[in-house]
Design a protein around this ligand. Structure first.
Ligand code: ADP
Ligand code: ASP
Ligand code: MG
Length: 406
């Protein structure tokens, strides 16, 4: 078999841990498999590097994002060098690869680049020579040779994309949790490990706050049919398989509960109620690559309407500036913002065939006296925006209320 193993920050957090990972890679190879390893930066390292940049400029302009990637990509370079050294020390053979050496080509969207192609020839050569290929996660290069990074948590995507390019039999994602849980186990100690979760559910869980897999890694897996096994490098326990949907998955009403705290809310009071106004507001946001999530519009009075929408918290300042510019007639008092919000969601393919999930969710929140500010739904998820201070309470109430706890 060809096995891709991606090790997250905690798995390579110390030189001792790197030594353990090296042994695990060698053991996998000794079972007769070809092994490709994707390594993240050592735990905390990416934050440290970006923190250094912040000390110089706490809000770098878009044209400086190229430099942020030059800085952040070094974390993974250190990891692959150390891991290759550790594999050698433990009696194995390894070769490290940076994104540019594999030739992981991305677009030029610095700090959030998308992979366009992977030329796996150099990895194949290393494997043929009996080596373990150790590839830096999180990074690539654009067509002009600039270093790019894939967004926070991007090593997951490196792992799955390389597994797809190599047609690997499995992509193992090693994290500090030993699988995908019914909710963040660090938040809810009675969360249960899910044995098998569908790509579609995992896509929603990831996009709604379960950072155990970066959303783009799940998109890749679904598109190319890569089987993901999320597990722990600290033991041999089976973890969670992310796979195509299976019939019995619909029997489960709610598969998981998530909370996302990285959004902010913008409310526009008394917007003219005319055709074209919504486009006028959201066009500049879209052109600035600001992803608008939930949108609510309410009729107020006399040809005016109130509108509320959410954006990533980091984009709030810029979003407000852009709205001001596109609606110069808006009074200053007419634009309100709130960055103390959280989006809490329940996800499950079972919702397709079962009614009443939304009602149950609202009842459970009401019982805790948690006010719902916004609601959005899709076929397999329901999300509500609540005051950030209630996020944990809401997650626990929903997790227990839907019977997910152990
Ligand atoms: P790594 O550094 O290995 O990539 P991450 O920190 O990116 O690890 O992701 C693992 C974390 O994801 C866990 O520590 C956990 O707090 C969080 N998490 C959130 N939701 C879930 C969930 N439903 N199941 C498992 N982990 C979750
Ligand atoms: N080191 C990067 C980060 O911290 C990528 C990753 O860990 O997946 O975001
Ligand atoms: Mg991660």
């Amino acid at each position: 078999m060809l096995v891709v193993q991606k090790y997250g920050g905690t798995s390579v957090g110390t030189v001792e841990r790197i030594g353990e990972v090296a042994k695990r890679c060698i053991a996998t190879q000794a079972q007769g498999h070809q092994v490709v390893v994707i390594a993240s930066a050592m735990a905390g390292e990416t934050n440290r590097l970006l923190g250094l940049a912040k000390q110089i400029d706490d809000a770098p302009p878009p044209e400086m994002e190229r430099e942020l990637d030059v800085i952040a990509a070094t974390g993974e370079q250190v990891s692959v060098g150390l891991l290759s050294l550790a594999i050698h020390k433990a009696g194995g053979r390894a070769q490290s690869f940076l994104g540019s050496q594999v030739r992981i080509i991305t677009d030029s969207a610095f700090t959030r680049a998308r992979i366009k192609s992977i030329d796996a020839a150099s990895i194949h050569d290393a494997l043929k020579a009996g080596k373990i290929a150790v590839v830096a996660g999180f990074q690539g290069t654009d067509e002009d040779g600039n270093i790019t990074t894939l967004g926070r948590g991007g090593s997951d995507t490196s792992g799955v994309a390389i597994a797809a390019a190599l047609k690997a039999d499995v992509c193992e994602i090693y994290s500090d949790v030993d699988g995908v849980y019914t909710t963040d186990p660090n938040l809810c100690p009675n969360a249960r490990k899910i044995e098998r979760v569908s790509y579609e559910e995992m896509l929603e869980l990831s996009s709604l706050g379960a950072k155990v897999l970066q959303i783009r890694s799940v998109e890749f897996a679904m598109k190319y049919g890569v089987k993901i096994h999320v597990r722990s490098s600290f033991n041999q326990n089976p973890g969670t398989w992310v796979v195509p949907e299976e019939a019995q998955m619909e029997d489960v009403l709610v598969a998981g509960v998530t909370a996302a705290r990285d959004e902010a809310k913008v409310t526009l009071l008394g917007v003219p109620d005319q055709p074209g106004i919504a486009a006028q507001i959201f066009r500049p946001l879209s052109e600035a690559n600001i992803v608008v999530d939930m949108i609510i519009q309410n009729v107020s009075d006399a040809g005016r309407t109130d509108m509320t929408f959410t954006v990533p918290r980091g984009d709030l300042r810029r979003a407000v500036e852009l709205v001001r510019r596109s609606l110069p007639e808006m009074a200053e008092a007419g634009i309100k913002t709130d960055d103390h919000i959280a989006k809490v969601s329940v996800v499950g393919v079972g919702m397709r065939s079962h009614a009443g999930v939304a009602l149950r969710m609202f009842e459970l929140l009401a019982k805790e006296a948690i006010n719902i500010q916004m609601i959005s739904t899709s076929e397999i998820k329901i999300s509500v925006v609540v005051d950030a201070k209630y996020a944990e309470l809401a997650v626990r109430a929903l997790h227990d209320g839907f019977g997910l706890g152990s």
